[in-house]
Each structure stands twice: as structure tokens, then as C-alpha cells.
Design a protein around this ligand. Sequence first.
Ligand SMILES: Nc1nc2c(ncn2[C@@H]2O[C@H](COP(=O)(O)OP(=O)(O)O)[C@@H](O)[C@H]2O)c(=O)[nH]1
Ligand SMILES: Nc1ncnc2c1ncn2[C@@H]1O[C@H](COP(=O)(O)OP(=O)(O)O)[C@@H](O)[C@H]1O
Length: 760
Amino acid sequence: MERAGKALHSWSSRFSRRTAAPCDEEAELRQLEAQASPATLEALNSTSELPADAGQAGVHALLQRYLAAEKHDVHSAAQRLEQQAAWRRSFGTVSLPPAGSAHRPLIVVAVRKHLPPPGGDLSELERFVVMVLDTAASYCWDADGASGHQFAALFDLRGICRKNLHLKAVAIIFGLIERRTSRQKLKFISGEAGRATLVQEMGADVVPKELGGAAAATPIEEAVRRLPAWQEQQRQLAQRQGGLGSASLQFNGEIVMPVAEQQQQQEQQRQEQWQEQQQAAVPAAGAAAGLAAKAAVQTVAAYVPAEARRSEGRAASAAPAAQPSALVIVGPSGVGKGTLINRLMEEQRDRFGFSCSHTTRPPREGEVDGVHYHFTTHEKMEADIAADKFLEYAHVHKNIYGTSIQAVQDVADSGRCCVLDIDVQGARQVRKAPLKAIFVFIAPPSLEELEHRLRGRATDSEEQITTRLRNAQEELRSVEEAGLYDYVIVNNDLDAAYQHLTAVAQRCLAGEQQGAAPPPEQQQVGQPAVAAAYGLERHRGRVALVTGAGSGVGWELANTLAAAGLRVVAVSRSKPQLEKLQAAVLELGVPATEFLPVVCDISKAAEVQALPRIVAKRWPGAHINIVVNAAAAPPVDTSLLSGSFEAWAESVSTNILGTALVTREAVADMERHGSWGQVVNVACAEEGSGMHAVSKQAACAMAQELRLEAAVRGVPLRRRQPRAPLPQAAASSSRQPRRYMRKTSLRQSSSASLRLTVWM
Ligand SMILES: Nc1nc2c(ncn2[C@@H]2O[C@H](COP(=O)(O)OP(=O)(O)O)[C@@H](O)[C@H]2O)c(=O)[nH]1
Ligand SMILES: Nc1ncnc2c1ncn2[C@@H]1O[C@H](COP(=O)(O)OP(=O)(O)O)[C@@H](O)[C@H]1O
């Protein structure tokens, strides 16, 4: 409050210094207030332009700003004020779910051409988006976790097209969203199917009518005023219903974005066509070498994503378009997993099949062998485990439980989505296995309620209940494990929990896979001697993305890295060049599964953003480890005095912006996976002339900026000399190899979730 007051004071005093002639401010203010509509004045109280708690003084300071902007013409200031207010009202809506609904409130921001108000400045837009996100965030991280409210923000981009695109405004919005949300929480929705998913996931009572729901939406500014009362009402309701007992169960909300459909579809189609061609071209013999040779991989092959199966030499046509992902349900005993799963099975038996586990625990009354469990003995189970028959197994509540590979295979063979009910230890193992799956943790509203349900079920002895409750506390803590679960569903109201579960289950049917599975064990390929020659041994099996791979240094580096046994993503605008490179790489004996050529224009954000997805699709569980920025526009016609504007623009957009885009997306991919990596910028400050030289100097300066930004994020910097010069192959290009690289390393000091090395 005090800080807000000070900020306001300094802001308004700055303003008063800028005011031209002294005038009767009081009288002007009164006139302006008289001319403005009461609704507009009322809305100013909660405007995002003011620091919180700015009060009446803040509103007056704001009105003074309008007066100053209109050179103290009260009538114009009033008009401008109304214009701004109308713009703000049109900006978006909030729909608050009715009391007792399990759905989260939805903020819908309509992104349109007139994003900034007529003549308005972009900083207001920035403040507005911040307010929307902050409102969403503050409710996501609800202080005591009692109400468990989560907001979702939906940025409706359907009104945007090439003709009316206000690029800077959209860039501001995306920048702010990216900084304030984890990408896992960001979803892109498009088309009719997307809309249906939106209604299903968010609930018809919060999705506005125009998006297919049934909610009446309120303008954002008005809803913001109603929020405290609404939240209080929900909190009281939650308290009456028992509340969410464990603070550890808080998790944040999601940002949902419908994107300009056409653009997304085109981009997707282009990438998919290319990928299809590449995958069809994979020769069977070489491909098999690239697959993990674990028993589980071969046996649950139906779950290995289609592209990997194709590369095993099976007929592509034999595989359905989207193999469902498995649905892994985890949660403490008595939370309601069985109840939820049974309902899913009853309602959608033709789509979902239960993986019947093995257990050494004796059957409960009514349990049927081969239906609820395969009941077995310790000896038999241990022998089967030793014989590698299990995908996972664990000692739970003093018994052994396990999922046999056969159980999953049986369901997969029937073409249905396989549902697993397993404990936390089992979930960790399945995460590491190459099984395409979505992981859901079912949480109780409170430990008391859990105990109540366990006793109410009347299937366990007092001793068993005590063991199960003790274990439950440990199991609940697993919710915080990074990358373990994709969704947490609190089973308070059974119908609401079931509705959430079915929404997730639909994603399984669509073959979606989420989360950050660690890379499966990889068979080492490539030539150890090549790797050793360039000091690349420790990078073998890692994913290196090389831009500018169609020619020159990029070509040579892609070639060499692939030969050394790295998985190479070769990026170029030229498909014919990539085809030639692919042929050359395969000739070196590199398995086709380890080389992924991608046609991509690195100066186009949408295309670059697709790269991590393409990598994950080709190598499930893997992500970009190394990025080599070797792309550069041709240094032709770039003279500063006589060159063409088009050539300058190409130099800047490829050499500077493209390099920055690829770096940002690659580092984000590393960060998402809590992993370390390298960024290699192939640049030399003294290279070329004209705009080309300027762009290369800028690429060098980028290293310094990267270090600064990384330092701000708490990633300390350490300079290091390169251990090895550029691969010899690169030396064959016209430049001296050593001058291409200056290497700097960034390391996180403690609890390293991100270690980043920058080479320049
Ligand atoms: N790891 C693993 N856990 C399992 C498997 N089958 C069941 N479980 C877990 O074992 C725990 C005890 O299951 P159960 O004896 O049926 O008791 P309930 O959960 O209280 O109904 C639960 O957490 C189950 O999710 C399995 O195949 N593997
Ligand atoms: N949302 C809920 N509200 C109240 N009781 C529930 C709810 N969900 C499940 N139950 C009850 O809790 C008990 C335990 O459920 P169960 O499905 O056996 O749990 P789990 O399979 O996770 O051990 C059952 O008696 C079930 O009817």
C-alpha cells in the first residue's frame, strides 16, 4: 500500500512537471468528472493503469493524465476517456462459474486489430495483459489452497489475420504470456474439435455462448470488481464441504489459446507432409538399429509411436493413424481410483480396456481372478519379474503388484486405450518406459475424507487402513515431482472428478502424450572414432539441431555430428539440399532413424516453435540438447551504401532474428526438460561486409546478452575455452575454423535444473 502510494506520487509528480501551463486543475477535474459517464468513472477505480489501492487520489491523477494528453481541453479528454473505457470493455470477458461448480473461471481476451486503443500507446496494452495474467495467476496460486480455484485465460486470436495483424501488440501479449506461464500449461486450440474439447474441459457453465458454451460473460473490469465477493462465496462453500486439506496439492492453471486456424493448419500440414515423406523413406534395416532393444519395447510395440514402428520395417498402412495413449491412474488407496475407472469402463467399454495387474495380495470379497487382478504367489511373481515379464512392479502395502507386458499388450491388440491403476513407484517406472501415456494423479479433498472412505469401504483390516493412510502421505508428496504427472484431479465431487477424467481420457484416445519423459536408453550408433576425434563422445545419442544445414558450414557440421553418433535435426529452407544431405549422411552408415531433416524458415516464429514438437514426435522422450546456429542469408547485395533493402532485411531476419528465435526455442526446450545443453553460434565478428557483417557482429553481441539474461535468471556464468576446434569437416569451408567459435559456459550453482552452455 505504502509502496503503491509512493509509486503513484512519483508518477503524478513526473506528470505535473511535464504539464505545460499552470491551470485550475481542481475545476478541470470537476468538469471532466461531470462529463464522464458514471460507469466509466466507476471502472477507473479498478483499472489496471493504477497501482493497487491508489484510491480517489489515483483516479484523479489518472484523469489529470487524460487532461494533459488533450492539452487541457476537457471535452476532448472526456471523449478520449469514454473511448478508452469502451475499448477496455470490449477487450474481453470473464465468466465465473456458478456456486458449487467444479469449473474454473475463464478469462476470455479477444485479440483483435484494434488491440491498442485508437491513438493509444502499447504500454497500456502491456499493463492490461499483465493484469489479466496476474488475476489468473493470483487465483491459481490461491494462498491457502482452501478453495483450490484456478483461472484459465483464453486468448481468442480468431479475429487476427494477415491483413489486420498488429504484430507488435501480439508480440507483447505472447511475450508476457511466455514469461508468466510454463509452456506445459499453454494449449493451442483450433477448429471444431478444439472448441468441443474446450467446452468439455472448461465446462459449459464457464465457456461463453459464442464459443459453444452456455455462460454469460461479464466484461473484465466489472468481473474484477466482483471477484473478491465471488471468491469469498466459493471459499465458504469449500469450507462447508471439507476443503482441500493438503497445501501440497496446489497447482497452477492453464492458458488456453485458440490460434489463427488457417496459419496453424498450414504450418502443421507442411511439416507433417515432410515428416511423412522422411519417415516413409527410412530403410528398414538401418532403422532397427536405432530402436531400444529392451524386451518392453519390442513387446508393447503397439504403443511405440507410429513413426518408430514404421522404421522397424512394418507396413505403415497396418498402423492406425493415432494409436491411443495409455491412461495411467495413480493415487492413494481409498481415493476413488477404482470407482472412477469402473465408471469409465462401464460407459466406454469399447474404447477403454483395463490392464489387469498381478498381485500377491489375497482377493477381497467379490474380486474375480483375471478381472480385478491376476492373484498370484510371491514365488511365481518373483520368477516372472526375473523373466522380464513385467513392464513395472512395486512392493505396495506389504504386497507385490505389477503390470505385465502381456496385460498392456492384450488391451493394445484390441485397439482400445489401456487404463493402468498403479502406485507411485510403478508410475515412475512407466514414465521411463517407452510407453506413450498420460499420467493422472487422483487426490483426496483431505486426509480425513480419505480415512473416512477407506473405513466406509469396509474391505481392509484396521492394520491395513493404518498402513494405507501412512503411505498416502508419502504418495501425496509425489504430486510435486517434476514431470511425473500430467494432471491432478481432486476427487471431491465424484461427478466433477469423473468429468475431468473423461476429458483427459479423450486426449488419450487422440493419442496425445504429455509431460517430460526421460529419454529411453539409446543404443549408441555412429562412429566412435569420429566422436573421439572431435571430443564429442559424451554427446553421442544426444539431439543436435543444426540450422543452415543445406550448405556450407551447417552442412558439414550436420554431417559430422551425425557421423559421430549424435541424433541430428538438420534444418534448412531448401528441401532439395536436405535430401542431398540425407543421402550423404546415410551413405556414411548413419541409421535413418537418427537423422531428421526439417524444412523450416528460421525467420518465421511459428515454424521455429514447431521444432521441439517435431523432435519429440520423432524421438519420444528426447528433446533438443544442442543447437548449432549456422544459418545465414547469402552475403550478396548487402553493401550499406549500394545494397538492396531486401538483402538487408534477409540478413537481419535470418542472421539475427532467426538465430535468436532458434536459440530461444531450443533453450526453452532444454529448460522444460530440466536439462543442460549447448548453444553454438557460428559467427565471426570480422566476417563479410555491409549488412551481412553488421548482422554477424550482432550475432556475436547476442552471446553477451544471453549471458546477462541467464545471470538474471540465476544461472551464473563461467567462461571456458573450447575443448575442441570445430570438426575438421568445417575447416573445408572458406573460413578459418577456430575463429568461428568462442565458447562460454553458463552453469547453475545449486539444484541444477538448468545448465546452459553458450558457445560463441
Ligand atoms: N506398481 C503397481 N501398483 C499397483 C498395481 N496394481 C495396483 N497397484 C496399486 O497398489 C495399491 C493397492 O491396490 P489395492 O490392493 O487394489 O488396494 P486399493 O487401492 O486400496 O483398492 C494401489 O495404489 C494400486 O494403484 C500394479 O500393477 N503395479
Ligand atoms: N467422490 C467421492 N465421494 C465420496 N466417496 C467416494 C468418492 N469417490 C469414491 N468414493 C468411495 O470411496 C471408497 C474408496 O473408493 P475406491 O474406488 O475403492 O478407491 P481406490 O480404488 O482408490 O482404492 C469407495 O467406497 C467409494 O465408493
